[in-house]
Design a protein around this ligand. Sequence first.
Ligand code: KIV
Length: 275
Amino acid sequence: MPSQTHESTTRSPITLHRLRELHRSGEKLTMLTCYDATFARVLDEAGVEMLLVGDSLGMVLQGHSSTLPVTLEEMAYHVRAVAAGNKTAWIVGDLPFASYQQSPEQAMQSAATLMQAGAHMVKLEGGGWTTETVRFLSERGVPVCAHLGLTPQSVHALGGYRIQGQTDEAAATIRAHSKALFEAGAAMMVFELMPSELAAEITRLLPIPTIGIGAGVDCSGQVLVLHDMLGITRGKLPRFVKNFMEGYAGIDEAVSAYVAEVKTLSFPDNSIHGY
Ligand code: KIV
């Protein structure tokens, strides 16, 4: 049964303008993955600024071993659910595998599906070939979050879930891709599983927020997979994940602790590297 036990938040809606203000002021940004209306409400009330309807739902909710089987229709279903529960957070919807690789026009169609379902921004993986697509979407009023480092939709090409950008050449490629994606109009960038020094260096150079997951404390904000940080994911977890349920009485407290620890730079711990 829906309950009225938590007061509705009085926060004004988080807009891109507000995210930019927070970023410029040096405040760290918080993002968590979210796939349904109930959690959308919980995370929003705890002050999480961004809800990522990630294609990680393919692993977390559907039980697949990768994100590759997730379809655009499934993403739209979950974006709609999150949008129904959310009041103020900024909703980012992942463009799933094969929904944007063919052409910028295909990406625009897919972005429209997610935005009409309630997303405020779309996220797509990769650099280089994605630059023109990011430009195409941005010019047409679609806020885009790029995603570099470990890009799970390319897991088979990458040879597994491995830390990226460790050689000079790989780091230079990530640097070049970040710059090109920013110049093409990307409004935000997720950095997944890359050396914290590299993420910190690019974060200093770019005027847009970078959101890290396994990329160190010096990114402009942090994201985690919700079920990982609530300690309910079974099996091996990446080393950078922290179980925020430890020491807290319930989910509301754990999520508030995540927000507080990101804002105060207590999470993540830069001494923890790798997967
Ligand atoms: O799909 C997802 O949850 C993501 C995060 C891991 C950044 O892309």
